[in-house]
Write a protein that binds this ligand. Sequence first.
Ligand SMILES: C[S@@+](CC[C@H](N)C(=O)[O-])C[C@H]1O[C@@H](n2cnc3c(N)ncnc32)[C@H](O)[C@@H]1O
Length: 103
Amino acid sequence: MFNIGSQINDMSRWIEGQARYFIDASNYKNVSRFINHSCSPNLVNHQVLVDNMDCHRAHIGLYASQDISVGEELTFDYRYELLPGQGYSRRLMFPNMLECNAV
Ligand SMILES: C[S@@+](CC[C@H](N)C(=O)[O-])C[C@H]1O[C@@H](n2cnc3c(N)ncnc32)[C@H](O)[C@@H]1O
């Protein structure tokens, strides 16, 4: 059996401490590169293990957090941080750009 909890904690250490992995869309990208930031987004992100249980290869999945109308812009919160055992809290992915008044 795999210990998912410890793998998730490993992932939080990358992000909180010496992050060894990041997503760079300069060479390989998908449609998610067009999604803008919002402080009140209609998408949330979760790590998703695809094909294997290796958290080093986790995908970032974007999921609707509410009903979304046809033609409505999709947005997610760029502020993102994993905390051990707590899912995610917030950290600016683009620190110079986007501040939200509400935390
Ligand atoms: C992943 S891209 C999003 C798609 C981009 N707006 C485009 O048209 O290709 C991230 C960049 O979009 C811009 N951006 C994203 N959200 C924004 C927002 N809420 N307000 C202003 N600019 C935003 C910033 O320039 C940011 O570096």
